[in-house]
Ligand binder design. Structure first.
Ligand code: ATR
Length: 282
């Protein structure tokens, strides 16, 4: 990669970011298409987010990805948001066009493509249990609701957050049944699992160093599938247990790939070299 005075700069804002796979993924894509672009990781503390957002304009950074913990806060520093970003209330991609910042949420499309490619699933008519009520969960719930899911149960440790998420989405999607569930209510959790076609882990639980969520997987019907957004480790304890019980499962590396591919396309206008990107992250 030759960096010159005209090289376009892209990057990721998050905290922590040193283990992010996005820099290798995007730099390999730029290289494959011979684009004069570079992608860097910027470790941004919460208190510095506004200054960093202004720096996108002042330094002429062409685009950034936004990750934990800034996906929701960053929405306050944009000029425009795409419809799915507005619906989700969180973004993961910013494009700088002549000093105007537009926010996108490619986690929405990334999740949809991941469940389609890995599990052969289309949300239409499904009943889905989603663990978590943070930014990642919001993207998953948006993806499901925008694609005619039938019922969504949001299960979250902090019940208030699940209730808030459910009530917000109910206003936008009158035809979808969206309910909040407390994992402490074991009977309700069991009943939800018994009727779910898909279980999605959108919490950070199960990530390296974070304990796995306790969920009574034995109540999931045999044909139900499990998608875990966590990709480090590749196979979480949740996925391992679900696989042992005979369920079709997939981990979050595919969502990372497809959200990245969509961001790349938004920034460059080129078709993302998905195979190249996949090889480097694997
Ligand atoms: P993200 O953008 O990845 O969604 P987030 O907005 O910080 O990050 O949300 C993290 C989610 O994971 C939350 O739903 C959080 O539950 P709380 O709302 O109760 O905090 C959930 N989470 C994180 N660690 C967890 C754990 N060890 N057990 C259960 N849930 C956990």
């Amino acid at each position: 990669m030759r960096v010159s005075a005209s090289t376009k700069v892209y990057g990721i804002f998050g905290h922590p970011v040193e283990h992010s796979l996005s820099p290798v993924m995007h730099n390999s894509a730029f290289k494959a298409l011979r684009l004069d672009c570079v992608y860097l990781a910027f470790d941004i503390q919460m208190r510095d987010l506004e200054t960093a957002a202004r720096a996108i304009k002042s330094l002429g950074i062409a685009g950034v990805n936004i990750t934990i913990p800034h996906k929701e806060s960053m929405t306050f520093f944009l000029d425009k948001m795409s419809p799915e970003a507005t619906l989700t209330g969180a973004i993961n991609t910013v494009k700088n066009e002549n000093g105007k910042l537009t926010g996108y949420n490619t986690d929405v499309g990334g999740f949809l493509r991941a469940i389609k490619e890995d599990l052969g699933l289309n949300p239409k008519g499904l009943t889905v249990a989603v663990l978590g009520a943070g930014g990642a969960s919001r993207a998953v719930v948006s993806a499901l609701c925008m694609n005619e899911v039938s019922r969504v149960f949001v299960i979250n440790r902090t019940f208030e957050k699940a209730k808030k998420l459910a009530s917000e989405f109910k206003k936008s999607f009158k035809d979808v049944s969206i309910e909040a569930v407390s994992p402490e209510d074991s009977l309700e959790t069991e009943n939800v699992l018994k009727i779910s076609d898909l279980l999605v882990n959108a919490t950070s639980a199960g990530m390296e160093g974070i304990e796995q969520i306790e969920i009574p997987l034995e109540h999931l019907p045999m044909q139900s599938m499990v998608y875990d957004l966590v990709y480090k480790p590749r196979e979480t304890t949740l996925l391992k247990r679900a696989k042992e019980l005979g369920h079709k499962v997939s981990g979050g590396l595919s969502m990372l790939l497809y959200q990245g591919a969509e961001s790349f396309e938004i920034w460059t206008g080129e078709t993302a070299p998905v195979e190249v990107m996949k090889r480097v992250i694997e």
